[in-house]
Write a protein of this length. Structure first.
Length: 331
């Protein structure tokens, strides 16, 4: 099958919005590669060793590549994407003097070639992400997440995903019920189960993500404990229906102990009240995917909804909020 690659080189802070627009315009997959700089802070808490440059991308820039089927690709698509990026300052993002390149590729060139760069990755004191195609012998106390993300977001290499997994490790309690909103590859839902959750409901609006997460849940033998559903955020719980209109008989019934969401700040702001409603008093909400320029907006939205800010965890320029629903609520 022929695909067309549209590659954007833009300011690093705009990478999530560029990827979001590509998905909205019909991309079958999106890859993001950040700049490497010897001066850039790196997480070395688990002994990671950055002895060689990872790439030659100039500091402060990111390379975002989207792959479009031939029936979608065209000059109009490139023009529409460029216009959206020029409008980013309206949303407090700046793609800078971005560049656009296009080329035709075969499916195998992008669907599988990236796998040679994805190796077992320790992301917290206990959790390690292992690609299914890699051999790896874990420590006795190591928790392994088997992963083949396919075209879905979430390999653990992005700061926001790593932030969520480390934060989950400190927040989750044995037996907790969990909702993962925007599950992508299912990595956070699987991580929650490995850390002691009793049940997880994993939701995503993208059918590709639902398919990928379902397969990764099976690879980790957790299909009896994690439900993956196609849902418009938390609408599946509010309306009692999936996005396709089928009735839901969920094994995870609100109120729950913990909700985690690793998505764009703009989307997080849209459903804060829904999260508050489905949490038990004293429940925890972990919200990640927040770039530093949106920190104040998200904090204000969380406080306005009634949450208490318990902690905020940072990596590079990304923030994860850990919030609590006051114990007096609903009692």
């Amino acid at each position: 099958m022929r695909w067309f690659e549209i590659t954007i080189v833009a300011n690093e802070q705009a990478q999530e919005m560029v990827a979001h627009y590509m998905h909205e315009l019909g991309a079958g997959g999106v890859s993001i590669e950040e700049s490497w700089s010897p001066d850039k802070p790196r997480d070395t808490s688990l002994g990671q060793w950055y002895d060689k440059p990872l790439n030659d991308i100039p500091a402060g820039l990111a390379v975002i590549a989207g792959y479009f089927p031939e029936d979608i690709y065209g000059e109009t698509l490139v023009a529409e994407l460029s216009e959206l990026l020029r409008g980013l300052p309206e949303f407090d993002y700046d793609a800078g003097a971005f560049t656009v390149q296009t080329r035709e590729v075969n499916e195998d060139d992008w669907a599988h070639a990236w796998k040679k760069y994805f190796k077992p990755l320790p992301v917290s004191e206990r959790l390690t992400i292992k690609p299914t195609w890699e051999d790896y012998t874990p420590r006795e106390d190591e928790l392994i997440i088997e992963l083949d993300p396919g075209m879905a977001f979430g390999t653990g290499t992005h700061p926001t995903t790593a932030l969520c997994l480390r934060t989950l490790e400190g927040a989750i309690k044995a037996g907790d019920t969990v909702i993962d909103v925007g599950t992508g590859s299912g990595i956070l839902a699987i991580g929650a189960m490995k850390l002691g959750a009793s049940r997880v409901l994993a939701l995503d609006l993208d059918p590709v993500a639902v398919s990928s997460a379902t397969e990764n849940v099976r690879l980790n033998d957790l299909q009896d404990d994690i439900e993956v559903r196609l849902s418009d955020l938390l609408g599946v719980l509010r309306d009692g229906e999936t996005a396709g209109g089928d009735a839901v008989a969920s094994r995870v019934v609100p109120p729950v102990d913990l909700v985690v969401a690793n998505i764009l700040a703009e989307i997080i702001l849209l459903f804060i009240a829904d999260v508050f409603d489905v949490l038990k008093p004293g429940g925890i909400y972990i919200a990640s995917g927040i770039y530093k320029n949106k920190e104040e907006d998200v904090e204000a939205g969380l406080l306005a909804a009634g949450f208490e800010i318990v902690d905020r965890v940072r990596q590079d320029d990304w923030i994860a909020f850990v919030c609590g629903k006051p114990k007096g609520e609903d009692e």
